[in-house]
Design a protein around this ligand. Sequence first.
Ligand code: HEM
Length: 635
Amino acid sequence: MFQSLLPFYSFPVFFAKICLVAVLLVCIRGALWFINMLLLQPFFDPLRHLPGPDGALLQSHLQQVMDPVLSTNTYVEWRKRFGRTFRFNGFGKLLMKDLQHDYRLMTFDPRAIQHVLSDTAFEKPWQTRSFMSRLIGRGVRSALWNISYSLNIYFLGIFSMEGKEHDMQRKIVHSAFTPRSVKNMTPLFFQKAEELQECWKNILDEHISPQTKTSPSASMLAGPVAETVIDVAHWISRASFDIIGLTGFNYDFHSIRDESEPVYTAYRRMFNIADKGLNLRQILDLYFPILRTIWPNDDIRETNESLRVIKKAGEQILAERKTAVQVAVANGDEGNESDLLFLLIKSNMSNDPSARLTDQELLDQCSTFFMAGSDSVAVALSWCFHLLSLNPDIQTRLRDEINGISHISDGDISDSSTDSGFHDCDICRPEPPFLAKPAYPRRCRHLPRWEAVENLQYLDAVVRETLRFCPPVHGTIRVATENAKIPLSRPVTLFDGSTIASGRINFARKDCHLTVRKGSYVHIPIEGWNLSEDVWGRDALVFNPGRWLKSYYEPSYKLGPSNLMTFGYGHQSCLGYKFTLAEIKIFIATLLPHFEFKPADGVPISKFNTILTRPFVSGKWSAGTQLPIMVREIK
Ligand code: HEM
């Protein structure tokens, strides 16, 4: 047939015509997409009625919202201009095959936040889960992802689960975070805090001037004997890795002393890669995960290698912990083991067989603990030392309080394991809300040492204020999986002057709730909530631990533990809240009496968002997270 056409159409003409038709088709498709994206979609999006910042439809406001250097002012300004609930532009979302117009909702309204974080119609976006899944979870349903999944090694942690799978895992994992489990871990926190203290002391010993070394009496007169700049974030990160290794699965990385342990190195390399954030290649990988297999780059190869090391070690550890559970159950002394994997295996064994986690899923939970529980605590603790270094008066007052503990004895865990008399401390207390506490009743069954630290009110205030002021997780996002309604606690005035009333969702009326379309993103500004004047008063932007000491602290709203959004809210909120408080308090109580912290000269510190909001030296982003602080030994 083609042969018969050729006399009429020379090949170049024929080819040119085909090209012309193809170009025309692409142009028509482009024009349709443009009309749909810029005119139709925004027109039918209910969020268009909400007030929000100006900007062309293709202009994104994401940097203003997500960059912690800009976000604090952005929130303050937008809230002044638009109220508690408004919309802004994302960067376009890829739904089905099309890049779609992307109005996003941001809300500071407690009822709306409560609803979005509790209602199963809202899930973590698959992009977030897919990004995390590379490290800790599955949970994404795209066909391409599944092909890639079958070719790679993925973890199946609770973080990337939704729906029933999530509920089932949460029930089992939750059982490893009971007050008693956390209490039993506190000796390990002390052990590692003391190791870190010793390491810092050794570093400082190298900086003692010869004169002071030969003259102990002079050093006593002079007070502090040595000082140097220490990258506090780096050391604390090593310590919290050790802690999560021990508390997670009874495995000591010894990374405070030596960073060369292979599993530690594997995790560290993998997290460092994840911390680079989303670059173009990673965005491509998200949408076309098969690329990771057919066109791996250095980061992907390194991540795969790390995952292999972790998997191999994990299998060995799992086998060892399973044997430990069997022996403990047979001997009836299960109460003495405190690592999360042990508790998970035990809880899994007592679960309905059909709902039990597989070995792989058990290991995945441990990787989840690593991902969720090591650097997050380290970052919070680092910010705490940073804030103390900037506020010498607060630092001195806190040190005086800690030094005022008359005696901290090393308790015996077994002494404290009787079941009577739980008292109202953070570890024992079943749930928030937090009210600034009077002195705790003295019926605690905790270790005497932990009890002493736990009872320090100013320490408690400093830790909570740090978690409010510098939340390690900057914000969270949910996506509507169906057209959904969101109730409000305050009315919202729309662009056209009409109002959406506050109150419960009223299905009979349209003006009693917000409506969002399937696929719309809702941003929950964790940092924004924590720094909101509506919630915390006019000094919301000031670091003021004293706010927690008022005899009766009653915030206007209650969302999350201590009314902090730091740990999220609802059925996917943080399981490690009490664990975190205990670890941070113990590290501060151990280190502060021995060291004084001052800002290092000429080293400005800024926040930078990777997965967590980390400290960086301003202008030196490529050097990675750092927190150089001048540390001086106190003799
Ligand atoms: C300062 C320390 C920490 C902060 C700021 C933090 C923050 C958070 C936040 C905001 C969420 C909810 C995320 C969302 O809703 O999108 C979360 C979830 C979670 N966190 Fe933490 N976390 C911390 C420490 C820990 C620790 C120490 C552990 C465990 C050892 C842990 C385990 C988890 C787990 C398992 C989840 C998922 C819960 C679920 O999906 O049901 N976290 N965390």
